[in-house]
Design a protein around this ligand. Structure first.
Ligand code: TXA
Ligand code: MG
Length: 346
């Protein structure tokens, strides 16, 4: 399949019109959002959505998020409760996905057979404009091959999906770089199924009592997550990955010693370091994830750093760990998934 790739900065009328035409005619278009790039199709067209699963190599039972350009979602969801309306009002457009009862026009191919539907109104201008011009909601998972880190730049999308989708548009690096927070709203009760930029504290602050799905906080593999996507192995590098947490000096020493040992064994090692500790590591491929105090910055770089180490074909990744406060919960959630929950507390 030929993939048209358009680098656009800001809203390019011609490209957006062509992309919207593609969506309306049942084709797949990759587009930027403020979280990660999405692989989009007309959410009301089941054949178009089936192509998404094929392009990504995604299991059919893993439902898609539908993206809208308007806060009125009464065509797509039923039983929209008071708390759902508060969330929509306070956090849309933005990196929050809300799971509600689906209406009949949403095909079951989109929701993985579930009676619920995940909906998000993105804030990215290109995303919003594409949805508006298409005139339909756009179903879109992250635009990576299944099992790879989510894409935060157009280069990541081209690398994964060139030849597998009809069009890729964009240029900008995603502002947040981590996928949206996913919340389920059932009987007016709100539960976070996937942590992200919109934190539990932020939801509490708007007067909603929010719970965390036990699959996020507990390490046990016995707990089945409510979000089908959270059960799948996410980015699992070919190499082993270890996250090291604890006292700062001990973490540094552990990573240094491990690196030396691995290198002695003839292995290639990648290190994920905060900016302030960079000088400490003199061996291995050292990636700067940003200042330890700037969790937003760390979140926005995480996936590109993982992809960079992948390209370098390292045998091991040793990563400093981060606080689980605020957006740190989302960062640690993605790191744990990438490492298969290999965390060492020193
Ligand atoms: O930021 C994002 O959310 C990006 C951009 C493109 O919007 N999209 C994204 O989509 O991350 P995806 O498909 O990679 O992740 C969607 C997650 C999956 O874990 C999926 O299982 C869950 O949302 N999900 C979707 N519909 C659901 C439903 N009805 N019930 C429970 N979980 C659902
Ligand atoms: Mg994804």
């Amino acid at each position: 399949m030929d993939t048209k790739v358009y680098y656009i900065y800001g809203e390019d009328n011609e490209v957006l019109n062509e992309a919207a035409l593609y969506i309306r005619s049942g084709k797949n278009v990759v587009f930027p959002t403020e979280t990660v790039y999405g692989l989009g199709a007309n959410a009301l067209d089941k054949e178009a959505c089936e192509k998404i699963f094929k392009a990504k190599g995604r299991p059919q039972d893993n439902p898609l998020i539908i993206h809208v350009a308007n806060k009125d979602i009464s065509d797509y969801a039923k039983n929209i409760s008071k708390n759902a309306n508060i969330l929509i009002d306070k956090f849309w457009p933005g990196p929050l996905t809300i799971i509600l009862d689906k209406s009949d026009i949403i095909p079951k191919e989109v929701t993985g057979g579930l009676e619920s539907v995940a909906i998000r109104m993105p804030e990215n201008k290109i995303a919003l404009e594409l949805i508006k011009r298409s005139g339909v909601p756009i179903a879109a998972p992250s635009a990576n091959l299944s099992g790879k880190p989510s894409p935060t730049s157009i280069e990541h999308c081209v690398r994964d999906l060139s030849g597998r989708v009809d069009m890729i548009i964009g240029g900008e690096t995603c502002k947040y770089g981590l996928e949206s927070t996913v919340v389920e709203v059932k009987d007016n009760k709100v539960t976070i199924l996937r942590p992200g930029k919109i934190t539990a504290d932020m939801i509490n602050e708007v007067g909603i009592d929010v719970k965390l799905d036990p699959a996020i906080t507990k390490e046990s593999k016995v707990i089945v997550p409510k979000s089908p996507g959270m059960k799948y192995k996410h980015y699992a590098p070919d190499c082993d990955m270890i996250i090291v947490v604890g006292d700062k000096n001990k973490v540094i020493n552990y990573i240094k010693n491990k690196t030396e040992n691995f290198i002695k064994e003839g292995k290639k090692v990648g290190i994920i370091s905060t900016e302030e500790n960079l000088d400490q590591y003199t061996k291995g491929i050292v990636m700067n994830i940003g200042k330890g105090t700037d969790l937003s910055g760390i979140g926005s770089k995480l996936f590109s750093v993982l992809r960079e180490l992948d390209k370098n074909k390292v045998d091991y990744i040793l990563s400093e760990g981060f606080t689980s406060n605020g957006i740190g919960m989302a960062i640690m959630n993605r790191l744990k998934k990438a490492s298969g929950h290999k965390i060492i507390n020193v």
